[in-house]
Design a protein around this ligand. Structure first.
Ligand code: NI
Length: 181
C-alpha cells in the first residue's frame, strides 16, 4: 500500500465533479486500500477520491470501528433535524468552522466488492457522508458557511498560501479532538 498525496485548496481538481464508476476493477480495490491508509495516516475520518486527484465517485470513511468505502454513493434520506458542529478538511489544512448538517442520513452505493449497500448514519458518520459526497460534487465545507465566515476562511487560506501564517493542526480548539474529513 502507498500513502497518496492529498490535494489542497487552490488545486482546481477539488472543484470538479467526479464521474460514476462503471465497473469496479482491481485498480479500484488497490486505490481504496491506498485511500484508507492515507486517511488513517493523515489522520482523518473520511477521504474522497477527488482529494487525491482521482475524479471517480469513491470515498472511504473511518468512524470509531466503522471503516469502509462507498462507490457511486447516493443520498436517499436526510433528516430535517440538523446540528452545527466544527468541521475541518484534509484539503483545507489549518481552518475549522461550524457547519450545519443533517443529523441522520441514509446512503446507498456499492462497497469495494461491488455489492449494493444501504447505510444509515448518525452523528459524526452522517457528517462524514455529507462532507465526502460534497467533495465528489466539487463542493467544500466553506461553501456552506454564512458570507462573513466564508470570507474569514478564505482570508485565512490566502494568508497561509502567502506564507504569512502556518497551518496549525494542534492543539485542537477547546481541547476537542480534531476530526479531519
Ligand atoms: Ni474534506
Amino acid at each position: 500500500m502507498a500513502e497518496l498525496q492529498i490535494r489542497t485548496f487552490g488545486d482546481p481538481i477539488l472543484r470538479q465533479r467526479a464521474r460514476e464508476v462503471e465497473e469496479i476493477t482491481d485498480l479500484h480495490k488497490s486505490l481504496i486500500a491506498n485511500m484508507t491508509e492515507t486517511m488513517h495516516l493523515a489522520p482523518g475520518v473520511g477521504l474522497a477520491a477527488t482529494q487525491i486527484g482521482v475524479l471517480e465517485r469513491i470515498f472511504v470513511y473511518s468512524v470509531d470501528e466503522t471503516v469502509g468505502a462507498l462507490i457511486n454513493p447516493e443520498l436517499v434520506y436526510r433528516s430535517t433535524e440538523t446540528d452545527t458542529d466544527i468541521e475541518g478538511c484534509l484539503s483545507l489544512p489549518g481552518i475549522q468552522f461550524p457547519v450545519e448538517r443533517s443529523v441522520e442520513v441514509t446512503m446507498r452505493g456499492l462497497d469495494e466488492n461491488g455489492d449494493r449497500v444501504e447505510i444509515e448514519a448518525t452523528d459524526l458518520l452522517a457528517v462524514v457522508f455529507q462532507h465526502e459526497l460534497d467533495h465528489l460534487d466539487g463542493v467544500l465545507f466553506i461553501d456552506h458557511l454564512p458570507d462573513d465566515m466564508r470570507k474569514e476562511a478564505l482570508r485565512a487560506l490566502r494568508d497561509q498560501a502567502l506564507g504569512l501564517t502556518v497551518p496549525a493542526r494542534d492543539p485542537a480548539p477547546e481541547g476537542r479532538p480534531e476530526e479531519m474529513l
